[in-house]
Ligand binder design. Structure first.
Ligand SMILES: Nc1ncnc2c1ncn2[C@@H]1O[C@H](COP(=O)(O)OP(=O)(O)OP(=O)(O)O)[C@@H](O)[C@H]1O
Ligand SMILES: [Mg+2]
Length: 242
């Protein structure tokens, strides 16, 4: 991608496997948001290409329902209630009113947002707004989920609870998830592989496989978990460039 004289993701080759949970960490300005926008087709490429394949390796074009976005800034519609914001993708699909409001309310509950359905986005905290944006991204049960720092503004306890909820939802739907995060712990707790983008704009290092035996709350206290976090940290500080 080219922004004036800045070239982002030059020479990057990134392979994301169907159904995997890929976390991306890296320096601010490294190109993480740019990568998500490129995958989502929201930015024209200055070079290179992005290809999607189905389980049999055939080239496919994702439809609007296949991709779910949660942007770094949330981007809710300020004139719609929380519930109507989350129901919007279903409304665009033509789902009946009762059905879509019920689905939206259910997803809000899973993001721990019961009771704020009728509020306007401006009446929420920054972290709550991000959770609404996350509910909106998940409500269509997309096959590819692109998440840009969804829980960055939250306290640690809420963040871990929502991390767990996210993992359950992603497993339930079998979605391929790409999560950008500044938290090494969050990346290791959720992902099958962690990709480190280093530099500004960044180059991608070889992804680190996260082979943890379980993903429960005790996992974060294990030696294996700490050692994987140390590996990711070493990558961020200057590991080998792939
Ligand atoms: N719309 C834009 N116009 C000009 N430059 C841009 C634009 N979007 C991104 N860039 C540049 O591209 C590079 C990568 O930016 P990007 O937003 O992808 O970084 P990031 O890794 O998401 O950072 P952060 O962790 O701070 O969100 C930066 O050098 C940035 O200045
Ligand atoms: Mg960003």
């Amino acid at each position: 991608m080219r922004f004036g004289t800045v070239e982002a993701l030059a020479g990057a080759t990134i392979d994301i496997r169907a159904g995997e949970f890929l976390a991306i960490v890296g320096d601010s300005g490294g190109g993480k948001t740019t990568l998500l926008r490129a995958i989502g087709g929201l930015l024209p490429l200055a070079g290179g290409s992005i290809a999607f394949h189905d389980a049999r390796g055939r080239s496919v074009r994702p439809g609007p329902r296949d991709l779910g976005f949660c942007f770094q800034e949330g981007r809710l519609l300020p004139w719609r209630t929380v519930l109507a914001n989350v129901a919007l993708p279903l409304e665009l699909e033509g789902m009946a009113r009762e059905e879509r409001l019920q689905a939206a309310a259910g997803m809000l509950a899973r993001m721990h947002l019961q009771g704020v359905e009728q509020r306007m986005p401006r009446e929420l905290s920054g972290g709550m707004r991000m959770r609404v944006a996350m509910a909106r991204a998940l409500v269509t049960r997309p096959r590819v989920l692109l998440l840009d720092e969804p829980f960055g503004a939250l306290d640690e306890v809420t963040r871990q609870a929502l991390d767990e909820e996210l993992l359950v939802l992603v497993r339930e739907t079998g979605a391929t998830a790409v999560l950008v995060t500044h938290s090494i712990q969050e990346a290791v707790a959720l992902a099958d592989r962690v990709l480190v983008l280093r530099g500004r704009p960044g180059v991608s290092l070889a992804p680190i496989a996260i082979d943890l035996p379980a993903r429960d709350e005790l996992t974060r206290l294990s030696v294996g978990f700490a050692s994987l976090c140390a590996q990711v940290q070493a990558g961020l500080r200057g590991g080998r460039v792939a």
